[in-house]
Design a protein around this ligand. Structure first.
Ligand code: ATP
Length: 599
C-alpha cells in the first residue's frame, strides 16, 4: 500500500524511551487473544478538502476479526496487499493510533498499552538505525535504552552476545550496519526487540526483500524462539515455496480487513479442498491462497472472496476459535468474580451494623448499663475486624493461582501486585467503617454528637484497615481457607481473651501480659472505650444494697484494665500491626511466587 498519503502508523517502537523495562527474565508463555476487533482510521477526503482545509472520513480497515496466539507457536498472517495485515499486527500489539473497537486480552485479561509495550517486541518492516554504527554498538545503544537501568554493563554485553549467537549474526558484530545483507539486518532488528526478552513478538514482514534461503533461515530463527515459549506473530508477503510450512498457524485476511481463515498450517490445504478451492499440486500453497483471496476488478473475484468469508463464518474452524476465545475470557474472570463477592460483603457489613445496634437502642448508662455499653463496644470492634479480615481471606486464595501465573509470566512483579492490592483495599476499608459507625454510633445513642461520631470512626476504621492487612497475611501464607482457619481461629481466640472483656487486663498473669500487644481487638476496644467512657463523668449508683458502684467513666476504664491516656498508643499499635502483617504477608506471597510453578 501507499502509506504516504496517510497519517503514519505509530509502529516504530525503537523510538520509545523504554529504559524502565525489566531486565531479561525467562519469558514463560503469554496467550494473546483478540475478540471482534474493528479498526477505523481517518482518511483524507480529497473531494471535500481544499487547499487550506483538510476534511477526513472514517474508513474501516479491520472488520470484527478474532484470533489467538499461543505461547510456543508462530503464526503467519497472510493476505493480499492492502488486506490489513500490518494494521492487524499493529492493533493487537497496541501500537496503532486509530479508533479500535473490540478486546485485546493477554491471558484472558485486558492489559494496558504500557504493559503491552513491556511484554512484547515489535520488529518493524523497515528498521531505522544509524548506519555508521557497528552491530555491537547499535545493540549496546539499544540495550541502554531498553533494558533496566539497574542492569550492569557486563550483563548487557552478555545478553547481546547471547542474542547475536542465537540469531546467527555473531560474525557480523563488528560490521557496520550499512554493509549488512537484508537477512542480517532483519536478524539485527529481531535481536534489538529480544533484548528485554519479551514473551510476545510481532514481526511485520520479516521475510520481505530476502531471497528464499535468507527468508527460510530468519523464520527458522523465529521458530526456535517460539520453541522457548514465546508467542510470535508475523505478517508475510509473498512467502517462498515451503516457507508457510514453517509456521504453526495461518491467519488469512481479505480486503476490508475481513477474516477468511484461522487454522493450523497443515489443515489449511484440507480446508480449502473441502470448500472446493483446490490448489494444484505443483503450486506454492501460500501464493495460491493469496491469489484466491485477492479482489481484482472483475465481479467474479468479489463474489468468490465474499463467499470464502461467508463459508468461514459457518465452519467448524470458526466455531473452534470462538470456543477457544470464550475459554480465554473465562480464565480471565476470576478477579471480576471476586469483586462481586466484595460488594456482597459490603452489604453484609451494613446489615451487621443494624443487627448489633438495634438491641441497644436508647442505651442508658447506669450501673447495669456499664456492661451493656462495654459489651456493645466490644461487638462493634469484633464485628468490624472479622468482617474485614474474612472479606480478604475468602477472596485471596481464589485469586492467587492466576496472580502467580501472571507474576510468573512477568506481567508484573510480586511487589507491584501486592502494593496495588494494598492500595485497592484502602478505599473500601475507609468508607465502609464510616457508614458502619454512623449506624452503630447513632442507633444506641452514644455520647459525643457529630464530633464524637467522627472521633469514634477513627479507631473503627483503623481496626478495619489492620484487619484487612491481617487477612492478607493469612491468605498469602495459607493455600486454602480451611488450613488458614486451623491456625487463625485459635490465634484469634487467644487475642480475644486478652482484649479486656473476658478478663480484666489488670488480672492477666504476668507471662501473658504481652499477648494484648499483638491483638487488634485489644487496641480497637481500648480506643473506642476511652472515647466513650472519658465523656461519662457521673454514673448513678444502684438502689440495691451492697451493689458495687463505679461513679465515673474513668473508673470503668480502670476496672477493665484500660488506660485513659492510651488512645494515641492504641492507634500506633494498630499502625504497627498493619505494617507487620503486610510485610509478613508480602514475604509469604513472594515466597509462594518463587516456589510455586504457575503452569
Ligand atoms: N493510517 C492510515 N490511514 C488511512 N488508511 C490506512 C492507514 N493505514 C492503513 N490504511 C489502509 O488500510 C488498508 C490496510 O493497510 P495495511 O497496511 O494494514 O495492509 P497490508 O495488508 O499490510 O498491506 P501490504 O501487504 O501491502 O503491506 C489499506 O487499504 C491502507 O490503505
Amino acid at each position: 500500500m501507499d502509506k504516504t498519503e496517510y497519517e503514519p502508523l505509530n509502529v516504530n517502537v525503537e523510538e520509545r524511551a523504554d529504559a524502565g523495562t525489566p531486565s531479561p527474565s525467562p519469558s514463560r508463555g503469554l496467550t494473546l487473544s483478540w475478540h471482534k476487533l474493528s479498526v477505523w482510521v481517518k482518511k483524507k477526503d480529497e473531494e471535500k478538502s481544499t487547499w487550506f482545509t483538510k476534511r477526513t472520513t472514517d474508513t474501516k480497515i479491520l472488520s470484527k476479526v478474532s484470533g489467538v496466539a499461543e505461547p510456543g507457536s508462530i503464526m503467519a498472517i497472510l493476505g493480499p496487499s492492502g488486506a490489513g495485515k500490518t494494521t492487524l499486527l499493529a492493533t493487537v500489539s497496541q501500537r496503532l493510533k486509530g479508533n479500535v473497537k473490540g478486546d485485546i486480552l493477554v491471558n484472558g485479561k485486558q492489559i494496558s498499552k504500557e504493559l503491552m509495550l513491556k511484554v512484547s517486541g515489535f520488529v518493524p518492516q523497515k528498521d531505522l538505525c544509524i548506519e555508521s554504527l557497528t552491530v555491537w554498538e547499535h545493540l549496546q545503544f539499544m540495550a541502554i535504552l531498553k533494558m533496566d537501568r539497574q542492569t550492569s554493563k557486563s550483563s548487557r554485553s552478555q545478553r547481546i552476545l547471547a542474542l547475536v549467537s542465537e540469531l546467527g549474526i555473531v560474525d557480523c558484530k563488528n560490521k557496520r550496519i550499512s554493509i549488512l545483507s537484508g537477512g542480517e539486518r532483519k536478524r539485527l532488528s529481531v535481536a534489538v526487540q529480544l533484548l528485554t526478552d519479551p514473551a510476545l513478538l510481532f514481526c511485520d514482514e520479516p521475510t520481505t526483500g530476502l531471497d528464499s534461503y535468507s527468508a527460510m533461515s530468519v523464520v527458522e530463527q523465529l521458530r526456535r524462539l517460539a520453541g522457548n515459549g514465546k508467542s510470535i506473530i508475523c505478517t508475510i508477503h509473498q512467502p517462498a515455496s515451503g516457507l508457510l510450512d514453517m509456521f504453526d498457524s495461518v491467519y488469512l485476511l481479505v480486503a476490508g480487513g475481513r477474516m477468511a481463515l484461522y487454522t493450523s498450517t497443515n489443515e489449511a490445504l484440507a480446508y480449502f479442498n473441502r470448500i472446493g478451492i483446490v490448489c494444484p499440486p505443483t503450486y506454492n500453497l501460500a501464493e495460491f491462497l493469496v491469489s484466491q483471496l485477492a479482489i481484482e476488478d472483475d465481479p467474479e473475484s468479489i463474489k468468490r472472496v465474499n463467499n470464502i468469508v461467508k463459508i468461514y463464518k459457518k465452519s467448524t474452524e470458526y466455531e473452534a476459535l470462538q470456543k477457544r476465545l470464550e475459554n480465554e475470557v473465562i480464565n480471565g474472570q476470576f478477579t471480576i468474580l471476586n469483586d462481586s463477592s466484595t460488594k456482597m460483603s459490603d452489604s453484609i457489613c451494613q446489615f451487621l451494623a443494624l443487627l448489633i445496634s438495634v438491641p441497644y437502642v436508647a442505651l442508658e448508662v447506669d450501673q447495669e448499663g456499664i456492661q451493656n455499653l462495654q459489651g456493645f463496644l466490644y461487638l462493634v470492634i469484633v464485628e468490624t475486624i472479622f468482617t474485614f479480615e474474612y472479606s480478604v481471606t475468602h477472596t485471596f486464595p481464589a485469586e492467587i493461582p492466576i496472580l502467580l501465573r501472571e507474576v510468573d509470566n512477568g506481567l508484573y512483579t510480586p511487589a507491584a501486585y501486592y502494593i496495588s492490592k494494598m492500595i485497592a483495599l484502602l478505599p473500601r476499608s475507609l468508607i465502609e467503617p464510616m457508614i458502619y459507625t454512623l449506624l452503630t454510633f447513632n442507633i444506641p445513642g452514644l455520647s459525643g454528637g457529630l464530633l464524637g461520631y467522627l472521633k469514634f470512626s477513627i479507631p473503627v476504621t483503623a481496626a478495619a484497615i489492620t484487619a484487612t492487612a491481617y487477612g492478607c497475611l493469612i491468605s498469602a501464607y495459607f493455600e486454602s481457607i480451611s488450613s488458614a482457619s486451623m491456625i487463625s481461629v485459635p490465634f484469634e481466640q487467644i487475642c480475644l481473651l486478652f482484649c479486656g472483656i473476658y478478663m480484666a487486663l489488670n488480672d492477666v498473669p504476668f507471662h501473658f501480659a504481652w499477648v494484648k500487644y499483638i491483638s487488634i481487638f485489644y487496641y480497637g476496644l481500648e480506643a473506642v472505650s476511652i472515647l466513650q467512657w472519658t465523656q461519662i463523668t457521673d454514673i448513678p449508683c444502684s438502689d440495691k444494697k451492697g451493689a458495687p458502684c463505679i461513679r465515673t467513666g474513668e473508673g470503668v476504664l480502670e476496672n477493665y484494665g484500660y488506660n485513659k491516656d492510651h488512645f494515641n498508643l492504641d492507634m500506633v499499635g494498630l499502625g504497627l500491626l498493619y505494617v507487620v502483617c503486610h510485610s509478613l504477608g508480602y514475604l509469604a506471597f513472594w515466597r509462594r511466587s518463587k516456589a510455586q510453578a504457575a503452569y
